[in-house]
Write a protein that binds this ligand. Structure first.
Ligand SMILES: Cc1cc2nc3c(=O)[nH]c(=O)nc-3n(C[C@H](O)[C@H](O)[C@H](O)COP(=O)(O)OP(=O)(O)OC[C@H]3O[C@@H](n4cnc5c(N)ncnc54)[C@H](O)[C@@H]3O)c2cc1C
Length: 400
């Protein structure tokens, strides 16, 4: 350990990721944004640098590393290219970590092999009529003999069209049509019939990863594709949401990385740019901006690292992950916005990365649980109360 609290191995990992970020990842970032093409070249770079599948246990071919290790890599990569940072999130956290925690041996091997070969799994929860209220999903999985048949629509699925492995949430019904709860099913694009990518969303930022609408039309899968066995279905959603706490920390880390990248650009520029015969960082108005930006970044980094550390041997703590994501995503938007301001008109140009960073960072108060919904999570934990948001829920809480 050293003053930063990072071990020598973690410092090495961080240095490896920073080198990659400053080199080829930074060079390609603008092109990835402009062409809106998934950066397969960067996937190869991540594989070679062993930054993919790091959290997968060694017995499945991974490195058995912790969440903080993944965070260090994601933070460095995101400072240069948020899309590449997100690929590192989803190949170390989220769907892959849910399968590694709750899946069968067969599922773990399948998912680990696919991720280590470069696949970024997709997690399919959100529907057109069920966003923050994910429990209101209508995608259903009907048991028919020795199969489950899935029907429904998901949207805003990250990686739709490039991801092969999909973890799909659906309401499960037995043969008599009784609802058993929400379960997660594995399917593979181009292998599992009935999984169709039907639209790519035209997004504001993070354009190198497609966000897609996916339709399930009589998608027929065996019971072995269920990530949690039927007896666990009632608490299946809660278990899988627990795994999502890692993804939340990952999303917060991408926002942090983008903001750190933007801050560094502003800091450097403030020394180079001269107006009124002096570097602009000699104006106290800008000095205080730099001070506020650095305070936000240091605080956000502490929250993110702390949330990551809370997950050792399991998943990050729900409260710490929610607090980290709310604070970091909102602070990152402010920091990037201020950084752009340092550049005056240049900041508004597509020739500099600031405008891309401003578009990219805007996402993180929305995806993976909005800042409002995560505040509900924080409040619920502080008050030690379930805070149901539905009308029915409120009347029950009132004793009605
Ligand atoms: C780039 C991107 C990538 C995404 N990737 C994925 C993915 O891979 N897989 C996936 O399943 N989903 C994904 N999503 C979807 C994301 O999780 C949802 O957008 C999010 O959960 C919010 O749902 P919604 O968009 O339907 O908003 P809504 O739920 O309609 O919310 C609208 C507004 O109301 C607020 N609101 C809603 N309920 C409450 C409440 N109880 N209290 C206070 N405010 C409330 C929200 O905060 C928001 O401001 C992604 C979204 C984006 C933008």
């Amino acid at each position: 350990m050293n003053a930063s609290g990072l071990s020598p191995e973690q410092l090495k990992l961080q240095a490896r990721a920073r080198e990659l970020a400053a080199g080829p990842v930074a060079e390609r970032a603008a092109e990835v944004d402009r062409t809106e093409q998934y950066p397969w070249d960067n996937v190869e770079l991540l594989k070679d640098a062993r930054l993919i599948g790091m959290t997968i246990p060694q017995q499945y071919g991974g490195q058995g590393k912790g969440w903080l290790d993944a965070v260090l890599a994601i933070e460095a990569l995101s400072s240069a290219c948020a899309v590449t940072g997100r690929i590192a999130v989803e190949t170390n956290m989220g769907a892959i970590s849910a399968v590694m925690a709750y899946g069968s041996e067969e599922q773990k091997k399948l998912a680990a092999d696919m991720v280590l070969a470069g696949d970024k799994p997709a997690i399919c929860i959100t529907e057109p009529e069920a966003g923050s209220d994910a429990g209101g999903m209508t995608t259903r999985a009907d048991k028919k003999g020795n199969r489950y048949v899935l029907n429904g629509r998901k949207h805003w699925i990250t990686g739709g069209g490039v991801s092969r492995l999909h973890l799909i949430f659906a309401k499960v019904f037995d043969e008599q049509g009784n609802e058993e709860g929400i379960g997660g099913f594995l399917a593979i694009r181009d292998e599992t019939k009935g999984l169709k990518i039907t639209k790519r969303e035209p997004t504001m930022g993070l354009r190198g990863i497609p966000e897609a609408v996916i339709d399930f039309e009589d998608m027929d899968v065996p019971p072995s594709s269920l990530v949690i066995p039927p007896r666990g279905l009632k608490k299946g959603f809660a278990d899988l949401m627990n795994a999502y706490n890692s993804q939340r920390v990952g999303a917060a880390t991408v926002a942090l990385g983008i903001a750190e990248g933007a801050y560094q650009l502003a800091l450097d520029w403030s020394e180079k740019r001269r107006q009124f015969g002096r570097p602009i960082n000699e104006f106290q108005g800008l000095q205080w901006k730099l001070a506020d930006m650095s305070i936000k970044l240091v605080a956000a980094q502490a929250l993110v690292y702390n949330a990551a550390r809370s997950g050792e041997g399991g998943f990050p703590d729900m409260l710490l992950a929610a607090q980290a994501k709310v604070f970091t995503s909102e602070s990152a938007i402010q920091v990037v916005n201020e950084a752009l301001q340092f550049f005056g008109a240049r900041g508004y140009s597509r020739e500099l990365p600031l405008e891309r960073m401003a578009r990219d960072v805007r996402m993180f108060t929305i995806g993976g649980g909005t800042a409002e919904v995560l505040r509900n999570v924080v409040a619920g934990a502080l008050l030690k109360k379930k805070l149901p948001q539905t009308r029915d829920g409120w009347s029950k809480a009132d004793g009605g």
